[in-house]
Design a binder for this molecule. Structure first.
Ligand code: PLP
Length: 473
């Protein structure tokens, strides 16, 4: 499989190169040259298989010959062995057509583990094969950081730098990163928002001399391999509920658009995914795009769901690439205008226009903090399930999105993605429902461990200096 940049200028790469590259050198994101498509009978054959077997089938066409069948199988077996539930991604029923997919049974209790456990092992394998070192640089709004550190800390060929917005994550989230020991891992607080931290990361990736000097690699969802691994749980849930012979809808709590974009790819691979309900908190840039066709920036505001406190949804560019019929030149021009003016207007003129195509598949909903809390209370009262605030946003969108009545009339099941364990947001959960959500045993003593704290200004220069002072090689 070859990979293209969404901005059409960077060289085409193989899977292994994309894995280690992250952002394309023209500022774009890498996507496969073509979507692998399975026939209904191929999908039917995969129904009922264990998660790891399904993963192997879904992932292999994206890798091509870059890894052997045996290497892929080993990476996946070891990755999913780190999960604490035998189903890996268990599906629970909340109502006649309503389900939640629990994506928090990995080592750090958020859905990021489903991709990063795989990604970290592919990194390790590649660096060992090529006898080289690399430096991971990423920004986190809360959950990516710990998942990346957990996935990469055993890899001696890597130094990992994770930037997080100072004071904007839950204590549990911060401690998951700052209590990790090891010379090759640095969690660094940035004096700014997630978008500020992400801007520093993008600036350093675009500093090509520094990028080459360090051997920078990305673990954010700008890394294609993360999207790839996330397709698997959409397929797993859809096949469990009757696909390919029945349509399935999903509701997805959205920040950087990486998770929901994997749902779009699953649909391109031939699964009958009808609707993707995109749920945001008050940082509603993507809900506004779907409503108005206009993408415009607003400052990030803090909410009860910090992992979604994002106003620049990087992976949206990947969707736009397809909506612009894969015209990288046109997309590059639009992105440049957006960078200059802070605004992009998407055409909505006729059934083939980008907005019309998007609205066939996506519907958007903004969920405020009060509604998030009410949803946590209602679901706990009605079903006994304890939801974390991010999952509650998806569950609210499941029952309140604009096309709910039409989909109910067709008896289409909907799956809300539960992206974090409630223990990660214990204070919010306790305030909402008066119940303490204890963490699983392997994280029970987090509060007692010593933290390593570093702080830098939210500028690329400050981050660069920190990295140069601490990189291992
Ligand atoms: C990362 C994260 C999100 C947002 O996912 P994106 O891929 O950035 O859209 C939502 N909820 C939780 C719990 C997360 O960790």
């Amino acid at each position: 499989m070859r990979y293209l940049s969404t901005r059409g200028q960077a060289p085409n790469l193989s899977f292994k190169q994309v894995l280690l590259t992250g952002l394309a050198r023209d500022g774009g994101l890498y996507v496969p040259a073509k979507w692998p498509r399975f026939s209904p009978s191929e999908w039917r054959n995969l129904a009922g298989r264990p998660y790891g077997e399904l993963a192997e089938a879904v992932i292999t066409p994206f890798i091509g010959d870059d890894f052997t069948k045996a290497e892929i199988a080993t990476v996946l077996r070891e990755a999913y062995a780190a999960f604490k539930h035998p189903a890996i991604a268990p599906l629970k029923q909340l109502g006649p057509t309503d389900f939640v997919l629990e994506l928090f049974h990995g080592p750090t209790l958020a859905f990021k583990d489903y991709a990063l456990q795989v990604l970290g092992r592919f990194f390790d394998l590649t660096l060992r094969q090529e006898k080289r070192r690399a430096v991971i640089l990423g920004a986190t709004s809360g959950d990516t950081g710990s998942a990346a550190i957990e996935a990469c800390r055993q890899c001696e060929a890597l130094t990992v730098f994770i930037l997080y917005p100072k004071g904007r994550m839950s204590d549990f989230q911060r401690r998951q990163m700052t209590t990790v020991t090891g010379k090759n891992v640095y969690a660094v607080a940035v004096e700014g928002s997630f978008d500020d931290a992400q801007d520093c990361v993008k600036a350093l990736f675009n500093d090509l001399a520094f990028r080459d000097q360090m051997g920078l690699a990305a673990i954010n969802s700008i890394n294609w391999a993360r999207i790839m691994a996330q397709i698997v749980y959409y397929a797993y849930a859809a096949l469990s509920l009757g696909a390919p012979d029945r349509e399935i809808d999903f509701a997805v709590p959205t920040g950087n658009f990486g998770n929901i974009y994997a749902g779009f790819v699953a649909r391109e691979m031939g699964l009958p995914i009808g609707l993707l309900a995109l749920a945001t908190n008050r940082n509603d840039v993507m809900a506004r795009v779907l409503a108005s066709g206009e993408m415009s920036l607003r400052p990030v505001e803090e909410s009860l769901s910090p992992s979604m406190d994002i106003q620049i949804s990087s992976n949206f560019e990947r969707l736009l690439f397809d909506m612009f019929d894969r015209d990288g030149g046109q997309l590059a021009a639009e992105m440049e205008k957006f960078r200059k003016n802070g605004k992009m207007v998407l055409a909505d003129n006729g059934s083939e226009s980008p907005m019309a195509q998007m609205r066939k598949i996506f519907t958007g909903l903004r969920v405020d903090d009060a509604t998030t809390v009410k949803t946590m209370q209602k679901i706990y009262r009605d079903t006994g399930e304890i939801l974390d605030p991010h999952s509650a946003i998806a569950v609210h969108a499941m029952s309140h999105h604009a096309r709910r009545q039409e989909r109910l009339a067709k008896h289409v099941p909907m799956v809300a993605l539960a992206c974090a364990h409630p223990a990660k947001f214990a204070a919010t959960v306790e305030q909402a429902i008066g119940v303490t959500a204890p963490p699983p045993p392997h994280l029970a003593h987090l509060a007692e461990k010593p933290e390593r704290l570093y702080t830098v200004a939210a500028t690329p220069t400050a981050v660069k200096e920190f990295m140069l002072a601490h990189v291992q090689n």
